[in-house]
Design a protein around this ligand. Structure first.
Ligand SMILES: Nc1nc2c(ncn2[C@@H]2O[C@H](COP(=O)(O)OP(=O)(O)OP(=O)(O)O)[C@@H](O)[C@H]2O)c(=O)[nH]1
Ligand SMILES: [Mg+2]
Length: 180
């Protein structure tokens, strides 16, 4: 499907700390695959994907932003024209997981500075690595309510759990926004 054949075209920008699984989530959604080996994203990686939701053809430009590199000064360029931001954190109970949750407001502030009040969705990833799958719900819901985010979904790029559903729900929400 080319841009001109699509009913809707959205730019979705994926941000969040390094190693939380941003690239893996995009790979799972667009290629139905997973890589155990970590390859750090440099700068940003762009991919194009078409999906059909409720009989509407949607063309997505997915911008996968590096969580930890020295090209942060380029972020304003990558953020430009974003329709929706996805902030990913890791549900892991490790310091890295907890820190990635704490940094959601910082990531929100970063994208808001350049894109204003765009719709934002939170993905808690690596669901396969946690025993208590609901332990972070209350804490995340507070952030979602306080900042007026569109929602919170728990995913595993490894098993694929909820990944397609989360992206489709995001598209559906964007379509509703468009109709307002
Ligand atoms: N068990 C498990 N591992 C995951 C999951 N998602 C990603 N990983 C692993 O976590 C590591 C980091 O994943 P990436 O997708 O590269 O993380 P990223 O957020 O893109 O990292 P940066 O590019 O540095 O910003 C890789 O080794 C992945 O295989 C998941 O849902 N479950
Ligand atoms: Mg990456």
């Amino acid at each position: 499907m080319s841009d001109s054949e699509a009913d809707f075209v959205f730019k979705v920008t994926v941000i969040g700390d390094g190693q939380v699984g941003k690239s893996s989530l995009i790979r799972r959604y667009t290629q139905a695959s997973f890589q155990t080996q970590y390859t750090k994203t440099i700068g940003a990686q762009f991919s194009s994907y078409s999906d059909e939701v409720d009989n509407l053809k949607c063309h997505l430009s997915l911008w996968d932003i590096a969580g930890q590199d020295d090209h942060f000064f380029l972020r304003p360029v990558f953020y430009k024209g974003t329709s929706c931001g996805i902030i990913v954190f890791s549900l892991e109970d490790s310091d890295h997981g907890k820190e990635s949750l704490k940094r959601i407001p910082a990531w929100h502030g970063d994208i808001k500075k350049f894109c204003g009040d765009i719709p934002i969705v939170i993905l808690g990833n690596k669901l396969d690595l946690v025993a208590d799958k609901n332990s972070k719900d209350a804490e995340v819901q507070k952030i979602v309510d306080k900042r007026g985010f569109l929602g919170f979904y728990k995913t595993s790029a490894k098993t694929g759990e909820n990944v397609g559903e989360a992206f489709k729900t995001i598209i559906r929400k964007l379509l509703t926004h468009e109709e307002i």
